[in-house]
Every structure is written in structure tokens, then in C-alpha cells.
Design a protein around this ligand. Structure first.
Ligand SMILES: [Zn+2]
Length: 644
């Protein structure tokens, strides 16, 4: 990009162009492309139309309309009506030659040169054209039209086409409104050049005040000078002030029959409902990249320029649905190709030239994220930022690629702008699991929001991408479960692992008095069922069984328990069994109390759980995760409760 800038030197090839001032530095930057595009859109909207008049002198053979004899010099105002018998406005006298491509003409930006002159040339808006055609055919034309859509989809072009459609009188001067304006009659040519006296264009972005609108409203009262309709084209109409809207509203409510308003806006949400409700609305569609690429191929053919399909696809992708932006980029690409002496627009060069919207950066970023290369990642982000790429655009680019990988996985076919990209997308579609892609998307979406609202978007983008990189080490939940199950199924149950539902081996293995535990536990349960809750609790907590036989219990108490519980225990046992019991406190070694047994069992369970293959795998996958007891008793494996 930088070296190509040098090649241009100080004399741009288009220095005769009226945009020369805009483009002295020939290397394209987004802002400049934008400026050039806007210029081509609005530059010739001024009433005086200095643009086409001076730098494009009339070749002698050029004609203003088919009716004018080609051999004569351009007719003057007085000659004109006599020559062809049709009514001409004074404005026609100043008519500069028609905008027809001819080899003698100096360079003009493509966006202007290929501005659609008929509805047929307006690509991607078939639905709107059909609606309009019907309205014209049935003579049911609204007083106000509203064209909405992103920039560069052709809102202003459409407005001018509608102006032509409404005011065309046909080559014979007898025609009425038509969806197919002839492009040859005086109103058609004048409108195409932006110099028709009854078609007033205004950019609301620079005329926001109520005074500007008042001027219009005053003028509305007077009928059209020469045309069927007096047409006001107000671009970026949402920029009008509230007062301006209010002033306009009165006219919109009861417009004179000879007046039509054509509004264009990128931000329809900002228009008052009162205005919206009085307009016939046309939503212009963003033009799909393949259609744009096709259009650019056509333009290249018309220009006699050879271009690789892949190069045109890249230009179309960078245009983001805008014909105007795309043609501006194509302009630059053709200029580069000419300077290279090849005269062929090559994909490789276009990629270099686009630099800014270099799609390979997205691939490198995703690769860095997936491969855990933090250094590369930060480097890429920093370099893009230095080039002027907004961090938010970077995030969006990566999201776009993730989306396309996901689609490719589902459909099996990758949507790509280049062969390399297709290869990369298909590779990822095969190697990544759906769960991984969805999680990547979620994380990117979160990062996008953060970058959008962060005080320092660059820092936010770095942090977000690093976080995504670190998170990408982790398997997605679905595959984790699968992996854990695999491991658990493979590994033999370890010795310490009790059989399902069984008591821990460590707690029940002790010989001697502890062997009575099951019988004792059953007996205590009986006591509880018999309604002796308090006795049962005492027995669980304080009785270490020394000897247990029918009608006989010898016990000791754990340290710290000294109260006399003989009576309580005896009564409990008697109630439960209906027998008399001999209960004695002795000083001997007893089995643990039921409470003590339960505590040991619990500790053993936890240990067994922690060393089970399932949990070990989980802990390895999530370092730092802890086992937490869960009251909700999530049953996993042997009926134990656990969760991350
Ligand atoms: Zn016409």
C-alpha cells in the first residue's frame, strides 16, 4: 500500500477530474474512498453543476437528444424549440453535453460514471421498482416517497430515477410518467445532470434549520417552471431539526398537486411518525456480495479492464452491500493495475490495496485464538489498530468469520472471498466441534459488547480476545461430559471405591464391637419409629456399644458425655421391643456411635469421590474447580451428590 502510493508521484492520472483535489494522494484510505464516494453522490447536486460543465468539454459530435441534428453545433436556447418543436425550459439552453462514455472524455470516477440511469440498471432493488411501476401504471402516486437503506445502496440514485420517471416526456415530447424514463428527453437529461430547475436537491445534513425548509415551503406554492412535477429531493432527511419537520409537515399534509417530495435517509428511526405516515416508503436492500461482484465484472467489461473473479469478490465483500463504496474501491484497484503495467486487476494486489479490510487478518486472529498464541494475537490487534482499523470492526470481522465457519459446518459449503479463505473455513468447519463454535461465538459477542461500551476499545478488544483464547483451551460442556464418561467407562473401579450403594469399606471393616453396628442401627431406628425420638437421638449420639444381646445392652459414652442416660435408653428399648432390657454403662472400648460412623462415612465418601476417575478428569479439565456439597442431591455415579 505504501509503495504504491509512491508510484503515483505528484501527478495523479485523473488530475483533470473535478475530484482531483480530493484525491491527490492516490493511495486509498477508507476515509478518502468514503469522501470520493460521497462526492460522487452529492458533488453534482449543486444547482450550478460546475462539475460536468467545465472539465468535460463537448466533443463536437455529442448530442443532447436524438431529436437534435448531430451535425449541428449545440443549439442555443432560441434555436432549440425551432429545431425540434418541443418545449424547452430556459435551463435547457445551458445544457452541457450528455454524459455518454467516449474515449475522448477525461477520467471520471466509476461511481459517477455508472450511476444507474434507468431502473433496469439499478441492481438489487427489484421489489421496489416493481411497486413503483405499479403505482405509476395505476396513477396512484404518493405525494411523498421515503427511500431508506444503508449508505451507497442507491437511495439518491433512486430518488433521481423517480424524478425522471415522473417528469419524463419521452423522446417525442408526448410521454407521460413512466417506470422506463427515456433518458433522452430534456427533463431526463437535465435531471441526470442535476440541473433541472424543477428538481431541487437538498442535503439535510447541511441544511437542518427551519429557514431552509421555509424556503422550500414558500417555493412550493409556485407551480413547476417547465416540468410536470416540482420535485424536492431531501437527502439525509432525518437530520432536519424538529422545527424544520413541523414546518414541512404542514406542506406534507396538503401538498399542491404538482409537488412531490422524495426523502432519503439512512436512519429512518429518527423520523417523526407524522412524517413517516405521509410517505410511501421504499426500503432499499443492501446488495448481496455476489450481485455486487457481478455488477463490477460488468463495469470492468465496459471499461475494457481485465479482472480476476476473486479480486472482484474481494472488492464486493469490502463494499459491504454498497455499490458506491464498491465502485470507489474498484476505481483504486484499476488505477493500481494500470500503474503496475499489467492492466489486469489481480486478487493479490487488491488484497494488498485493501489492507484495511484484509480478510486474512481475521483468519490469523482466529488461528491465534484457537492455538493459544497470545503474543501473535496482541501483535495482530496492535498492527491493525495502527493501520486505523477500529477494534470494534476487528471483533466484527472475527465474528463474521466464526459465523461463516459455523454455516460451512452445517451446509458443507463455505462462503468465502478467496481460495485461501475457503480452504481455512473448510478446515475449521471440519476440525472444530459445533459446541466449540457456539461458545466461540458467545464469547465474541460478549467481547463485542464490551468493546462497544469500554472507555478504551483497544484495551477491551485485547482483553476480550485473550480471554477467548484462554477459554478455548477448555472443552465445551457437551464434549466434556462425553470425555468424562469415556474415562469413567474405561477405568476399572479402584480398590478404595465402594460398590454402588454400599458402605465405605474403611468404615465397616473393623472387627469386634463395630460389627454390631447394623443391628444396633436397626434397633435405634425401631426406637425412633416407636415414637421415642429423644431416646433415639441420645442413643445415636452417646451410645458406643460394647455388648449387644437380646435384652442386654452394655455401652460406654464418648468423651464429653457424662450424663446418666441409662433410664432414657432402657425406656426407649422397652417401648420399641416390648421387652425389659438390662442396660449398663461400662468402662471398656466400644464401637463408634452411629453419629461417629456417619461422619467417617461421609469423609470417606468425599475422598472416594475426589479420587474417582470421573472427578479426577473433571478437576484436570478445570484446574481450581472445587467439589461442593449440594443439598439438592444431584445424583451422579453411585448416587453421590457433587457439582463443580
Ligand atoms: Zn425522458
Amino acid at each position: 500500500m505504501d509503495d504504491s502510493r509512491d508510484m503515483f508521484g505528484d501527478t495523479p492520472p485523473w488530475d483533470e477530474d473535478d475530484l482531483a483535489g480530493e484525491r491527490e494522494d492516490a493511495a486509498p484510505r477508507a476515509a478518502e474512498l468514503e469522501a470520493a464516494g460521497q462526492q460522487s453522490m452529492f458533488g453534482d447536486a449543486e444547482p450550478v453543476s460546475a462539475g460536468p460543465a467545465s472539465p468535460e468539454p463537448a466533443p463536437p459530435g455529442s448530442v443532447t437528444s436524438p431529436a437534435a441534428p448531430a451535425t449541428e453545433p449545440p443549439p442555443t436556447a432560441t434555436e432549440m424549440p425551432a429545431a425540434n418543436g418541443k418545449v424547452n425550459s430556459p435551463a435547457a439552453a445551458k445544457a452541457p453535453p450528455e454524459d455518454q462514455p467516449s474515449p475522448a472524455q477525461p477520467y471520471r470516477v466509476l461511481a459517477r460514471k455508472y450511476r444507474p440511469q434507468t431502473f433496469a440498471e439499478l441492481i438489487g432493488q427489484e421489489a421496489m421498482v416493481q411497486t413503483l411501476a405499479n403505482a405509476i401504471k395505476r396513477d396512484r402516486l404518493a405525494h411523498a416517497f421515503l427511500m431508506t437503506g444503508v449508505r451507497g445502496v442507491g437511495k439518491t440514485s433512486t430518488a433521481r430515477l423517480i424524478a425522471k420517471a415522473l417528469n419524463c416526456i419521452g423522446p417525442d415530447g408526448q410521454g407521460g410518467p413512466t417506470i422506463d424514463p427515456c433518458g433522452a428527453c430534456e427533463p431526463c437529461t437535465a435531471i441526470a445532470e442535476g440541473r433541472h430547475i424543477d428538481v431541487i436537491e437538498m442535503d439535510a445534513a447541511s441544511h437542518t434549520g427551519v429557514d431552509d425548509v421555509r424556503e422550500i415551503i414558500e417555493a412550493v406554492r409556485y407551480s413547476a417552471v417547465s416540468a410536470r412535477y416540482k420535485i424536492y429531493i431531501i437527502d439525509e432527511v432525518h437530520m432536519l431539526s424538529r422545527n424544520a419537520f413541523n414546518a414541512l409537515l404542514k406542506t406534507l399534509e396538503e401538498p399542491p398537486a404538482h409537488v412531490k417530495f422524495l426523502f432519503a435517509t439512512t436512519e429512518v428511526d429518527k423520523l417523526p411518525v407524522t412524517v413517516l405516515s405521509r410517505c410511501q416508503r421504499f426500503d432499499l436492500r443492501r446488495i448481496p456480495a455476489p450481485m455486487l461482484a457481478g455488477h463490477f465484472a460488468h463495469v470492468c467489461q465496459m471499461e475494457g479492464v481485465e479482472a480476476e473473479d476473486e479480486a472482484l469478490s474481494m472488492v464486493a465483500a469490502a463494499a459491504e452491500g454498497s455499490v458506491r463504496d464498491g465502485l470507489s474501491i474498484l476505481d483504486q484497484a484499476i488505477a493500481h493495475a494500470d500503474l503496475d503495467g499489467e492492466g489486469r486487476v489481480r486478487a493479490e494486489k487488491v488484497r494488498d490495496m485493501l489492507g484495511l479490510s484484509d480478510k486474512s487478518v481475521q483468519r490469523k486472529l482466529i488461528a491465534a485464538v484457537l492455538e493459544g498464541k497470545g503474543g501473535d494475537l496482541l501483535d495482530l490487534v496492535a498492527r491493525q489498530f495502527a493501520l486505523g482499523v477500529e477494534p470494534i470492526a476487528l471483533m466484527r470481522g472475527v465474528m463474521d468469520l466464526t459465523h461463516r465457519i459455523t454455516l460451512a459446518q452445517v451446509s458443507g459449503a463455505a462462503e468465502a472471498h478467496s481460495a485461501e479463505e475457503r480452504e481455512a473455513i473448510e478446515g475449521w468447519a471440519k476440525s472444530l466441534r459445533p459446541g466449540q463454535l457456539h461458545r466461540l461465538w458467545q464469547l465474541l459477542l460478549k467481547g463485542f459488547d464490551e468493546v462497544k461500551s469500554a472507555p478504551d476499545p483497544l484495551v477491551a478488544a485485547q482483553m476480550a480476545l485473550l480471554r477467548i483464547m484462554h477459554a478455548s483451551d477448555m472443552p465445551d460442556p457437551g464434549s466434556l461430559v462425553r470425555k468424562l464418561e469415556e474415562i469413567a467407562a474405561r477405568a476399572p473401579a479402584p480398590a478404595g471405591m465402594p460398590a454402588e450403594g454400599g458402605a465405605p469399606a474403611t468404615a465397616g471393616a473393623a472387627a469386634g464391637p463395630a460389627a454390631v453396628a447394623p443391628r444396633w442401627e436397626a434397633l435405634v431406628d425401631d426406637v425412633e419409629y416407636a415414637g421415642e425420638m429423644s431416646a433415639a437421638n441420645t442413643m445415636r449420639m452417646q451410645v458406643r456399644v460394647v455388648e449387644l444381646a437380646p435384652g442386654l445392652l452394655r455401652y460406654t459414652q464418648p468423651a464429653g458425655f457424662n450424663e446418666d442416660i441409662v433410664g432414657v435408653v432402657r425406656n426407649g428399648l422397652q417401648t420399641a421391643t416390648g421387652e425389659r432390657w438390662q442396660v449398663e454403662r461400662v468402662s471398656a472400648e466400644g464401637a463408634p456411635t452411629l453419629v461417629e460412623i456417619a461422619e467417617v462415612k461421609k469423609a470417606a465418601d468425599a475422598e472416594a469421590l475426589r479420587t474417582s476417575p470421573l472427578v479426577e478428569a473433571a478437576l484436570a479439565a478445570f484446574p481450581g474447580a472445587e467439589l461442593i456439597e449440594d443439598d439438592r442431591q444431584v445424583a451422579i455415579g453411585g448416587g453421590r451428590s457433587w457439582r463443580r
